[in-house]
Structure formats: structure tokens, C-alpha cells
Design a binder for this molecule. Sequence first.
Ligand SMILES: NC(=O)c1ccc[n+]([C@@H]2O[C@H](COP(=O)([O-])OP(=O)(O)OC[C@H]3O[C@@H](n4cnc5c(N)ncnc54)[C@H](O)[C@@H]3O)[C@@H](O)[C@H]2O)c1
Length: 552
Amino acid sequence: MNQTTTHDLAQKLLASAPRLLRRPKLVLAQRRESGGTPLVDAVACLWDLVDGCLAGNTEAAHYALRLLCAPSDLTPNQLQDAAAWDAFLSDDRATRAPYVSLREDLAKISSQPYTLFSTLLQQYPPVDTPALRNADVLICQHLLGSIVPQLVAIRSLIPNARFWEVLGKPYSANIAAVQALKMHGFTVNSDSCSLPLRGSGADQYQLGSFFQRHRELVRSSVQRFFDSMSPDLMSSEVPILVIDDGGTLSDAVGRISAARGTKRPIVCIEQTQRGLFATRTYSAPRHAPPGGFAVINIAQSLSKLVLESNLIAKSVIENIFSWLDLLMTGQEPITLNKNLQVGIIGYGAVGESIADEFRYYTPKLKGLDSPRTTIVYDRYNTRTAAARRNDHNIAWSVEELLSSSDIVISATGGTSLNDKSAGFLRDNAILASASSGDMEFQGIAEWPSAQRSILYGGSRQQPFDNIHGALSFRRPSGEVHVLNGGFPVNFNGAVDPIDPAEIQLTRALMLAGVLQAIGFVGQDSEKIVGETGEFLLASVVDHFLFETYKEL
Ligand SMILES: NC(=O)c1ccc[n+]([C@@H]2O[C@H](COP(=O)([O-])OP(=O)(O)OC[C@H]3O[C@@H](n4cnc5c(N)ncnc54)[C@H](O)[C@@H]3O)[C@@H](O)[C@H]2O)c1
């Protein structure tokens, strides 16, 4: 076998890693046959085979070929793929040459601007003297592959920008995306991307505690940012730009800058409703820091409200069915009603889109009918009434919804079931969050629970499972199952759970927010840097992105 062929085989092994790791016994058997020291870890075996092939070892190539040609009847599952990539790329070898470049190729992370970025900047180029020049930039985002082009584009818009450590969230931070950000010169706060082991001990992680932990991490990062600032800079008019998702970072910057009395103007770009509420304390003149606190409101742009929710809804439903596939076929399989009843708590932008999407979604799972109707409950009658007008069944209380649903999807942005209402859950109920963090099902956090492994089934845990594994909570009559560790199901740990071609809209809206703060040519843009208040995304830009995205 010549050198090129063995190199090709190494590449194919890398590209097939998720499929191969779903059959660990097969991988381990090749290792035994090849006479290597027996290993129990399929990931290490696979890397050894890749090494062997790259070194031109013909025996390794022979076994690689056998592995790649082994017949398989596995059905694709995006959750197992994500878990397998995480296990495979967590190996030290993945960060070393020559693998590190392969890793980027495999993860398909590009830093190139999305079409929507280029068209936006052609239509509305930034002014010659951007208002955010020399700014310090603080970022908290979901660290997915599609965030790389967003941050690279923002950096190229702001002359002499200095980027503070980027903060992520454990349930969305993808290992390859974090590595790609580092390769592009960003520093990433690794604690913000991980989670302590789950359990009930003082240092262990319990369902529902994400927000408190995240807030502490973010505040400590912002304290360090201010500690690192010279007195001259502290009293300067050099802006601070905050790019946030959820409001925790903006809140920390508002709170700490007011306490330290900095004169620096602050501009926050915020993409969530929850984040907007968090910023309103400081964007009101009474509590604003002396240099001004401006918030550019992306959350209520029409493009986001109308177009993004459908993407989220589709992804939420697809991930739920990938989960059902795993739970019904893995070790200790669960049994579900053929005719699934789906309940949705919270009929806001996200809940409404999910309820609508169910009308069109056909799951390809054996033994289950397509749930065409959903039952909806919202704590505000006006929203429940809207659901009824849209032909959904409605529940008059959360308890009624829980007692009649096999799958409960919560999109309230808070806690949808407490310890009392949780008593109404059906046995074997499946609980899926579509919101942020892991507060939705806090009411059952104290019940005894066990975590399921995604990749290998049963109790053999990977670090990935600590964040994403399903949690089975026990009570005397049976179990209920919380998907994705209680985090929003569409953040499944994959590099881009929603296709970048689609989610580029959200990324472009954030870029547009930065552009608005900088000032763009083509119309008299409002002065924002140094002001205090909330500013909607400029309607010309919102409209332009809305129409352009629909044409893509
Ligand atoms: N998973 C994702 O990718 C994704 C994307 C966007 C937003 N989000 C998150 O989803 C959540 C919902 O977003 P949204 O834009 O639909 O918000 P929203 O404010 O429009 O809707 C929330 C709805 O839930 C209702 N509600 C609140 N508490 C309730 C309770 N205890 N019981 C019943 N109903 C309750 C509210 O009345 C409201 O109608 C937020 O946390 C948001 O950050 C998630």
C-alpha cells in the first residue's frame, strides 16, 4: 500500500469517527487483531489507527480498511454524532499537527463572512471614523461554529479593538468551535464552557443551578477586566462594547462600571428578551454609569421575531425525536404511547412556533404516530387565548397539561413546573426545554436521578454526558426523563445544531447591531456611543436583512 493510500485512509477514519465510535467493540476488536497492547478505550484505539496510517504502516492500513468496510445497519443520530465528535476531539492528539487542521476541516468551521454579512456591509458600509474605534470588547455568546465568522467580522469592523476573554455557556460550547476561536486569536474562558460533575454534594452540579453559576463566572471575569484597567483609561472616553446573549454580561458590566464610576461609554448589543430586561436597570438614566449605557435591541427586531423562531422550533422538534430514538432503542429502553400527546408550556415566540411546527412534522420513528395536535398552557390568558384561536388545544392549568402529556416542552424562560405541579407528571413523561439555561424543570431537581450516556448507552459516562446526557428522575410510581441535562434540547453539543446557512441571520443581526453603534453610510445614523437608553435595530437594516435572507 503506498503512502497516498494510507494517508487517504487516515482521512477517512477521521471523517468516519462518529460512525465508528458508535460501535466501540468493533474498533477494539481491530486493535486486538492488530496485536497492539489491549485498550479499553475505543477513542484511543481509533487515534492509534489514524497515527499508524499516517506513518504509512501497512498493517494499520489493513485494519483501517476492514473497519471502514464493516457492514452496519445503524440509523444516523445527531446526538450520538455530537457525543462521538466530542469524545474523539477531546483526545490530546486532536490539538496537534497535523490533526488540528483536519479538525477544522472536519468540523467545517469557516471564518469567511456569510453572504448576509457581505451584502449588509456593501449596502451599509461603516463610516470612515467608526465611533467604536479602540473599544474594549466583552463577549458572551453560544460558542458554536457559526460564531467564528461573526466574531472575526466584528473584529474587522472596529479599528484597534481589544478583545477581553470570550465567555461561553457549557451547554452550547462546542469543542471544535472553541479551538477554532483560539486559532483565530481569541482567548476563551474555559470555566464558562464546562460544568462540575453532577450530584447532590456541595461542589457538585444540580439541575437548575446554571444561572447562578454563570452569573458568578461572568461577574468575576468583568471584575478582572476592570482591575486590569489603568486609571487613565478608566476616566477616558474610549468605549466598551458588550456583545451578549441573555443579559448576564451586560448586567455585570452595568453594575461594576457604575460601582467603579468609570467615565467610559458602554454599548451593549443584546439578542434575547431576557437580556433586554436585565439591561433595563442601567439603560434608565437614574442608574446609568456616568459615561452612558446604550443598548441596541436585536431581540425585538422583526427579522428575529418572524424568521428565527421557526428555525429554533424545527431544531427543537428534530432533536426531541432524535432523543426518543435513543431512549426507545438504547440500553434500558423506555416504552412510549403510540399516540403521543404533546404539551407546550409558554406560548411566546418560541412556544408558538413549536406548536405550529408540530402540524407539519413527520417523525421517522417506528411505532409512533405523528403528533399533529398539541395542548398549550401559558400563565397569561391572552397568550392561551391566542393558542386557542390558532386551533391548538388548551389546558386551564399547568397541572391539567402535565397530567395529559407524554412529552412536555417548556419555553417559558423561567421555571415551568415546581415541586407541587411535578406530582401531576405522567410516568415515563419526556421533559424537553426549549428555553435558556436549565431552570424549566427545577421542581424535580431534588428527586433521585441517574444520567444516561449518549454514545454508549447505559451508565458508562463521558464528560459530554455530564452536560448533555438525559436525566431519569425516579419517584415511587416510576420515572420521568429530562432530555439534554435539562438544557434547551436544540443545543445538542454539535458544532452547529442549526445549519450555518440558516442561523447566519441571527449572526448578521448582531453584526448589524455593532454596525449601528459604529455608524453607517447611507443615512444619518443616530448617535449611540455615549448615550443612555435602548435603541431598536434601525428599521432600514432590519428590513434589508429580512428581505435579503428570504431571497437566499
Ligand atoms: N432554545 C433556543 O434556541 C432559544 C432561542 C430563542 C429564545 N430562547 C429562550 O426561550 C425562552 C422563551 O423565549 P420567547 O421569545 O418565546 O419568550 P416570550 O417572553 O415571548 O414567551 C414566554 C412565554 O411564557 C409564558 N410564561 C412565563 N412563565 C410561565 C409559567 N411559569 N407558566 C406558563 N407560562 C409562562 C409567558 O407568559 C410568555 O407568553 C427564553 O428563555 C429565551 O431566551 C431559546
